[in-house]
Write a protein that binds this ligand. Structure first.
Ligand code: C2E
Ligand code: MG
Ligand code: MG
Ligand code: MG
Length: 278
C-alpha cells in the first residue's frame, strides 16, 4: 500500500471535481446573461415527406453563440437551464423567435412550412406557458397550424391530469403536438389514446442499426403499425443513409429527419430550402 500514491489519486480526484464544478459554475454564470445579450439563435433541420422526398416542415433547434467558445449545442446547456429554471424565459424566447421567423419568411414570399419547437418538462409544467403561447400567437399573428410542439414521453408521464389539461389547451389553440424521442421513455401506450397528440417521432436509437438489426426493424414496424391504427403521423429521427430511407419507405413511414438530408442549419440556409420549394 502506497500512501503517497493514494494521496496523489485523492488529490487528482478532488481537483477534477473542483474543475468540473468550476466550469459548471462558469457555464451557469454566462448562461444567466446569454438571453439579455442576444447570444441564442435558432437553427432549423428539415423534416422530409418520404413519399415525395420534399421538405415538409422544419424542427427548430436552439444554439448558444458563447463568446470565446463558438456555437454550443443544447445538450451542453439545456440541462443547466432546466435545473435553474431559466428554461422558462429562454423557452418562451424560442417560441416567440420561431413565430417571428415564420412571419418574416411569409413576408418575403417564401412557402410557409410548419415549425416544430421543443418544449422541455419544466417549461411544460410552468403555469405561465399557456398564457405565454396565447400572447405570442397574438403578437406575431402566426397561423397556429404552422406551429408544432414536441414533448418527450418522459415529460408527458411526469404529471397526471394537469398534463392532459395543458395539452388540451394547446390543442384547442390549433397547435399540433408530437411526442419526441418515442420509445426511450415509459412507452406506456395508453396515453397515446388519452392525449391529443398528432404525431410521434421514433427515437434515432431505433433507426441507427436498422440495416443490421432485425429487432430494430421489428420495433420500428410495430411503432408504424400502431401509429397507423391510431391515425398518428410518424417521423423517423436520425435518418443517415439511403439504406435507412429505403427501409422506412418500405415500412410505410411518412416522414424522415436526419443527416441524410441536412443537419440543422442557420436561418439563411433554411430560407434557401424554402426558396427551392416555391
Ligand atoms: P431532439 O428534439 O430529439 O432533436 C434532434 C437532435 O438530433 C438534434 O440535436 C439534431 O441535431 C440531432 N440529429 C438530427 N439528425 C441526426 C442524425 O441523422 N444523426 C444524429 N446522430 N443526430 C441527428 P441537437 O440540435 O443537438 O439537440 C439536442 C436536443 O436538445 C434536442 O433533441 C432537444 O431535446 C433539445 N433541444 C434543442 N433545442 C431545444 C429548445 O429550443 N428547447 C428545448 N427545451 N429543448 C431543445
Ligand atoms: Mg425534437
Ligand atoms: Mg428527438
Ligand atoms: Mg432528443
Amino acid at each position: 500500500y502506497h500512501a503517497k500514491a493514494a494521496g496523489r489519486n485523492t488529490y487528482q480526484f478532488f481537483t477534477q471535481k473542483m474543475n468540473s464544478a468550476a466550469s459548471h459554475f462558469e457555464l451557469e454564470t454566462s448562461l444567466r446573461s446569454a438571453l439579455a445579450q442576444s447570444q441564442f439563435e435558432l437553427h432549423f433541420q428539415p423534416i422530409i415527406d418520404i413519399g415525395t422526398r420534399r421538405l415538409h416542415s422544419l424542427e427548430v433547434l436552439l444554439r448558444w453563440r458563447r463568446p470565446g467558445s463558438g456555437l454550443v449545442g443544447p445538450d451542453k446547456f439545456i440541462p443547466i437551464l432546466e435545473e435553474n429554471g431559466l428554461i422558462v424565459p429562454v423557452g418562451e424566447w424560442v417560441i416567440r423567435r420561431a413565430c417571428e421567423q415564420s412571419m418574416e419568411w411569409k413576408r418575403q414570399g417564401l412557402q410557409p412550412v410548419p415549425l416544430a419547437v421543443n418544449l422541455s418538462p419544466r417549461q411544460f409544467m410552468h403555469r405561465g406557458l399557456v398564457p405565454a403561447i396565447r400572447r405570442i400567437l397574438d403578437d406575431t399573428g402566426i397561423d397556429p397550424a404552422l406551429l408544432e410542439f414536441e414533448i418527450t414521453e418522459t415529460a408527458l408521464m411526469q404529471q397526471g391530469e394537469q398534463t392532459l389539461d395543458i395539452l388540451g389547451q394547446i390543442n384547442a389553440m390549433g397547435i399540433r403536438l408530437s411526442i419526441d424521442d418515442f420509445g426511450t421513455g415509459y412507452s406506456s401506450l395508453a396515453y397515446l389514446k388519452r392525449f391529443p397528440v398528432k404525431k410521434i417521432k421514433i427515437d434515432r436509437a431505433f433507426i441507427k442499426d436498422l440495416e443490421r438489426s432485425a429487432e430494430d426493424r421489428a420495433i420500428v414496424a410495430a411503432i408504424i403499425a400502431l401509429s397507423d391504427s391510431l391515425q398518428l403521423s410518424v417521423v423517423a429521427e436520425g435518418v443517415e443513409t439511403e439504406g435507412h430511407y429505403a427501409l422506412l419507405q418500405e415500412q410505410g413511414c411518412q416522414f424522415a429527419q436526419g443527416y441524410l438530408f441536412s443537419p440543422p442549419v442557420p436561418r439563411v440556409n433554411a430560407a434557401n430550402m424554402l426558396e427551392r420549394l416555391g
